[in-house]
Design a binder for this molecule. Structure first.
Ligand code: ACO
Length: 329
């Protein structure tokens, strides 16, 4: 038994924050941001809405596309680093929004690799035969954890959500074929949000020290991201006896255009084989991959039978790759 994706959707807020807007906020330029990251603009969600709002919107599109009612969902997995609140899980709030009466669910924190972790996890529930319909969502409201006075991080991220429906298939050569996932906590010091957890609970001091914002040692993360994403993507292709020519698209996490370009070059993939939308949305953390898949599907770039390799690197460090044969016509 295999796990296939039977519906895909995404949601991004209407409000845009452009590089020109940032020129008025911090000491930066459109030229620096464009050449160093590939980002031109990103989306920002209203102050009075949380991550679950975007997650539910994306999930509603998926249900419609897969022609499934909310009652049929067995399990909801939400990959996010920006839950609406520490407790309950964002999955619970999505369940309430969708009125999905017959499911359970949980949140998964895999940093920017969260969606691949959630897709791998969801596929195991399908392949075990225990579940028939699993909603996997990647959603983040990064605007809530950014210091808009710190030019080294605030220009990089945006808000968004993407989701897929997983169902079983008896066709062995369809759907999720393989995945490789890694975790290395030595990376924690280079990329984190240190405040607000049990080690540094929110207090006047944690706020004063900006511990509730994303901290990143960009150069260190950059190096590890290029090496990590290349290594797992090459491994997954090699062990499934696929060459660059067999792959329709590499769908990488969208953190920096230069990272994506370096990974694609190392893998011997032409630029037209890489899905890129970082220019429009920046880094939406757990949402980048389902957002990219959803747009590519909407634009009819991906067709049934196409081989896709997804790869990501993020906080943890976490990194991984997932090989999939697309099953929607
Ligand atoms: N505008 C203008 N100048 C800037 C800006 C900015 N927005 N940001 C940094 N600079 C300056 C720096 O201060 C530095 O100046 P200095 O030389 O005078 O000290 C100079 O530009 C170069 O800074 P670097 O940090 O060396 O720039 P770099 O080329 O490495 O790019 C970046 C920084 C974009 C952060 C890059 O390192 C990167 O993309 N890193 C990886 C990001 C990533 O993959 N994250 C993982 C996922 S995130 C998650 O899991 C939540």
């Amino acid at each position: 038994m295999r796990t296939i994706i039977t519906g895909v959707g995404h949601f991004v807020p209407d409000q845009k924050l452009t590089n020109k807007d940032f020129e008025k906020m911090v000491d930066t330029s459109d030229e620096w941001i464009t050449t160093r990251t590939g980002i031109k603009e990103r989306r920002i969600l209203d102050k009075n809405k949380g991550t679950s709002y975007m997650a539910s919107k994306a999930a509603e599109i998926v249900l419609e596309q897969a022609n499934i009612s909310a009652d049929e969902i067995d399990l909801i997995i939400v990959a996010t680093v920006t839950p609406d609140m520490p407790v309950p899980a964002t999955a619970a709030l999505v369940q309430k929004d969708l009125k999905a009466k017959n499911c359970w669910g949980f949140d998964l924190n895999g940093g920017c690799t969260g969606f691949i972790c959630a897709l791998a996890t969801g596929s195991q529930f399908i392949e075990s035969g225990r579940h028939q319909k699993v909603m996997v969502i990647g959603a983040d409201k990064m605007s809530t954890v950014l210091n808009y006075q710190d030019r080294t991080t605030c220009v990089l991220f945006g808000d968004g959500a993407g989701a897929v429906m997983l169902e079983p298939s008896i066709e062995d050569d369809q759907g999720v074929q393989d995945f490789v996932l890694h975790l290395d906590g030595l990376g924690a010091e280079y990329l984190n949000i240190a405040g607000g957890g049990s080690l540094h609970p929110a207090s006047y001091d944690t706020v004063k020290q900006n511990l509730h914002y994303v901290y990143q040692d960009g150069k260190t993360v950059f190096k590890h991201a290029v090496n990590g994403m290349t290594e797992v993507s090459e491994l997954i292709m090699e062990r499934n006896k696929l060459s660059a020519g067999d792959i329709k698209f590499l769908i990488p996490h969208q953190a920096n255009y230069r990272i994506i370009d370096a990974v694609a070059k190392k893998m011997g993939l032409n630029p037209d084989k890489v899905v890129i939308n970082i220019n429009k949305y920046g880094n939406t953390t757990a949402a980048t991959i389902p957002l990219a898949v959803s747009e590519a599907h909407q634009e009819r770039k991906i067709r049934k039978g196409d081989w896709l390799v997804m790869t990501a690197f993020g906080a943890g460090f976490t990194w991984g790759s997932l090989l999939l044969k697309w099953a929607i016509d």
